[in-house]
Design a protein around this ligand. Structure first.
Ligand SMILES: Cc1cc2nc3c(=O)[nH]c(=O)nc-3n(C[C@H](O)[C@H](O)[C@H](O)COP(=O)(O)OP(=O)(O)OC[C@H]3O[C@@H](n4cnc5c(N)ncnc54)[C@H](O)[C@@H]3O)c2cc1C
Length: 324
């Protein structure tokens, strides 16, 4: 059996988790899911439809928000009871962190961001994986010497596929015993843009992303307006988050969120490989940049050479006109 960690933010499903269920189903027909902390019936419904008939839910009074070490502890306790052959999660910052805690607690190796997983067929033989390294510019083939495979699945390497006719997952609660040290890192409060809700980067169909070329925090009002019109989300480069113009939750890239929208508009972003690592799975990339030689041009499906402060308002008013 493969156990899949279903990540959620206060009950809001991370859609990457559904891709992990599909990845697990390609390896075995026996897939179960686990969520840490309070989740609603909707989540059990979706998890079941994508092919995990049982959703284990970790219960403890302290599991009210993201608590990575406690997640690791809860997973370790469930692994002891269920004895799965693998525990998989999304290759997101949160998925990687929670499984790293699990691996540390069990004193086992963990393989992060795997695009290919092949489970060992013989007892004692290693599992094999292909991992994306160096901003996915290097694919590493590796063996994992451990009976239990603990691995995260590279974001967007598998499409989520619902199972026709599958019903909601059966929820099975389990009590977790936590040590005080499991609760040292926890969310105390939420603030800033990322607490506003709305379309998140991971599931946005359209992302309007800004870089240093936006010029400052106020410049993002134009990007927000365009994203709002297109029903999308605002993203940004690391220069922008480092300068404190936008919250880290909006950063796209190697050390931010990996995204795969239908449309990625990159305005005032040069296209450093660490940024491209986060957006190269986008179906269409539109670049707005004053520099025709900017490296991001190599990834552009369409490009407008020009000042984003003129191009974006023009685009916004053209779309408004089209929409009537
Ligand atoms: C370990 C590591 C991890 C990293 N992780 C990430 C990551 O996750 N995400 C990330 O983004 N970066 C990451 N970086 C940083 C990355 O290397 C780049 O420094 C960063 O992406 C550059 O941001 P930028 O494109 O906004 O800025 P710049 O490289 O300065 O580019 C600004 C662009 O704006 C254009 N421009 C200027 N004015 C205008 C205008 N008025 N209109 C239109 N265009 C204009 C310029 O021509 C230029 O192309 C990482 C770096 C390291 C070392």
């Amino acid at each position: 059996m493969i156990l899949v960690l279903i990540d959620h933010d206060l009950g809001e499903l991370d859609p990457l988790s559904l891709r992990v269920i599909t990845a697990a189903r390609k390896l075995t027909s026996d897939v179960q899911a686990v969520a840490i902390g309070e989740v609603g019936a909707n989540l059990a419904g979706v998890v079941g439809e994508y092919g995990a008939p049982i959703l284990h839910v970790a219960k403890h009074a302290a599991l009210t928000d993201y608590t990575p070490a406690a997640s690791g502890r809860a997973l370790a306790q469930l692994v002891e009871t269920l004895e799965p052959e693998a525990v998989l999660a999304a290759g997101s910052p949160r998925g990687n962190e929670q499984l790293a805690h699990l691996a540390t607690i069990l004193d086992l190796p963990m393989a992060a961001e795997c695009s290919v997983i092949s489970l060992s067929k013989t007892a004692g033989a290693p599992h094999s994986v292909t991992r994306a390294r160096w901003a996915a510019n290097l694919l590493e083939e590796a063996f994992v010497h451990s009976d239990l495979l603990i691995a995260t699945v590279l974001a967007f390497s598998v499409e989520a596929e619902a199972v026709p006719g599958a019903g909601p997952a059966k929820v099975e609660m389990f009590e977790v015993n936590l040590e005080p040290s499991d609760l040292l890192v926890r969310v105390l409060s939420r603030g800033g843009e990322s607490s506003k809700g709305g379309v998140t980067l991971t599931d946005a169909k359209v992302i309007v992303s800004g870089g240093r070329g936006v010029g400052g925090p106020d410049g993002f009002a134009q990007l927000e307006e365009l994203a709002g019109l297109l029903g999308g989300a605002v993203g940004c480069s690391r220069v922008v988050t480092s300068a404190g113009w936008r919250p880290h939750a909006e950063q796209v890239g190697q050390t931010g969120t990996k995204v795969a929208p239908d449309l990625y508009i990159a305005a005032g972003i040069s296209g450093a490989m660490q940024h491209i690592a986060g957006c190269k799975n986008s179906k269409t990339i539109v670049v707005i940049n004053t520099d025709p030689e900017a490296p991001i041009m190599a990834y552009a499906d369409y490009a407008k050479i020009g000042d984003l402060h003129k191009v974006i308002p023009a685009l916004t008013s053209a779309i408004r006109e089209m929409k009537g």
